[in-house]
Write a protein that binds this ligand. Structure first.
Ligand code: ZN
Length: 474
């Protein structure tokens, strides 16, 4: 029998606010243990939470970017469970009235457009971290306790690990476009839980689902999903039944094991947090939030394909980075998109990678890129000279023209001056002339000699042209 996998995801993203969701402690990563703590985030009796407004702003922004309805009146609820990383023994989350509902995320898998509906986005606080390995015993670090999260819950619209991966990539790109999450996977800024079930192909009923928790990488999600689909098929083929349970994915051993069986929302005994008032988002605030949502990555991707005539790979690489896409679009108003894109995809990306910096940390601007492209197109400098100019464009406030002057990179396009060089080179290379007369192609060699003689500053097109005319005279 053929089976279809049905996959739903719960994606947690840490919001890049400076302070925690219900207290003023820092959200900075990597501090010594328990130094970003206070009575509120360590759950001391009598300590009162105060909601960080930025969290609401960021959560609603993600809702707007994913086509959700925003509940302008929502509330915080206590989700009760006992675990040592949660000092209050409840997490402040949102239950029946989340801030965002009914969205949809679009993405491409192998050139085919897919979509996955979002059931909801809510905000909540992160738990602390248990460190098991450092000493004999366990350390509880509450630095992460109270760091704001949004949880995005999908409908079960995904059907393969490849779809799940592209969906997750799109969520990540969208978060970075909105500048609401640092998206540092290695620091656990985006994590996901995966729900997997299978059903006979063609069936519309949902099978019993198995949840896998706390997957830290997208490639780990792919492995976990593929493993679980195969495991479920094997169970069913052998006459067994799938149990509703939570399994722990081990990305080192590449297998999962049972963590706990069936758990439902009622087990958490949600109730409205009596310490917090309802959250109200005014129309004015909502309009403000909406106005901050930029053109989305998928829209840009499609525009780069259709309007700029780029390949899928180029469009993807450029639209994946908000900064690069912004640079491209600004430059494309003045020069051919392809010319600007080539610089961004090659030398500009290489510089950023090598230096480990983002565009906004440099002095590169669209105007500078435009100036560079125009100087090359006009033949004022060669493409090679352009590469030499580039580092100064990142590092100084000089105009591109000033850098070119300072570095003496202006191309010689004066035909009289180049003709003298060409004639001199031909006179000095008797063997090449003999080869030419014997029918060999010596143009490349002579161009190289002329470039050398002009210290790389001769305009290669003019050199080519003059060599051809001079050889023709022989
Ligand atoms: Zn605190």
């Amino acid at each position: 029998m053929k089976y279809e996998a049905v996959i739903g995801l719960e994606v947690h993203a840490e919001l890049s606010t400076k302070s925690k969701i219900y207290c003023s402690c820092s959200t900075g990563f990597g501090a010594p243990i328990n130094t970003h703590t206070c009575p509120v985030c360590t759950g001391m009796p009598g300590a009162l939470p105060v909601l960080n407004k930025q969290v609401v702003h960021y959560a609603a922004k993600m809702g707007k970017a994913t086509g959700c309805t925003i509940n302008q009146l929502c509330k915080a609820d206590r989700k009760n469970y006992f675990y040592p990383d949660l000092p209050k023994a409840y997490q402040i989350s949102q239950f029946d009235v989340p801030i965002c509902e009914n969205g949809e995320v679009f993405f491409y898998v192998d050139g085919v457009k897919h979509s996955c509906r979002l059931e909801r986005i809510h905000f909540e606080e992160d738990a602390g971290k248990l460190l098991h390995d450092e000493i004999d015993g366990t350390i509880v670090d509450f630095n992460r306790c109270g760091v704001p999260l949004i949880e995005m819950v999908t409908r079960p619209d995904l059907h393969s690990s490849a779809e799940a991966k592209e969906f997750l990539e799109m969520i990540k790109t969208t978060l970075s476009y909105l500048d609401i999450c640092d998206c540092k996977m290695e620091e656990g800024s985006i994590r996901c839980d995966v729900n997997v079930s299978i059903r006979p192909e063609g069936s519309t009923e949902l099978g019993t689902r198995v949840e896998m928790k706390n997957i830290n990488t997208f490639s780990g999600a792919v492995r976990a999903i593929d493993y679980e689909i195969a495991r479920q098929i094997e169970v069913v083929e052998n006459g067994g039944e799938i149990q509703q349970e939570t399994r722990r994915w081990d990305d080192v051993k590449l297998k999962n094991t049972v963590m706990r069986t069936k758990e439902d929302a009622q087990d958490y005994r949600y109730f409205p947090d009596p310490d917090l008032i309802a959250v109200e988002i005014s129309d004015e605030w909502l309009h403000q939030i909406e106005s901050e949502v930029p053109e989305l990555p998928i829209t840009r991707y499609e525009r780069y394909l259709n309007e700029y005539g780029m390949t899928a790979m180029e469009a993807r690489l450029l639209s994946d980075s908000f900064e690069k896409a912004e640079l491209l679009d600004a430059a494309a108003k003045q020069v051919k998109p392809k010319a600007a894109a080539n610089w961004i995809l090659s030398d500009i990306s290489k510089y950023l990678n090598d230096k480990g910096v983002s565009l906004r940390e440099t002095k590169m601007t669209a105007d500078k890129l435009v100036a560079l492209v125009k100087l090359i197109e006009a033949g004022t400098i060669s493409g090679n000279a352009g590469k030499k100019v580039l580092p100064s464009m990142f590092e100084t406030d000089e105009t591109v023209e000033a850098i070119v002057d300072r570095m003496g990179l202006k191309q010689v396009s004066d035909e009289g001056a180049i003709l003298a060089i060409v004639q001199d080179v031909i006179a000095k290379n008797e063997k090449a002339v003999a080869d030419f007369k014997a029918g060999k192609n010596v143009t490349g060699f002579l161009v190289g000699q002329c470039m050398k003689a002009s210290k790389g500053q001769g305009n290669p097109q003019i050199i080519n042209k003059l060599i051809a005319s001079e050889l023709a005279k022989l």
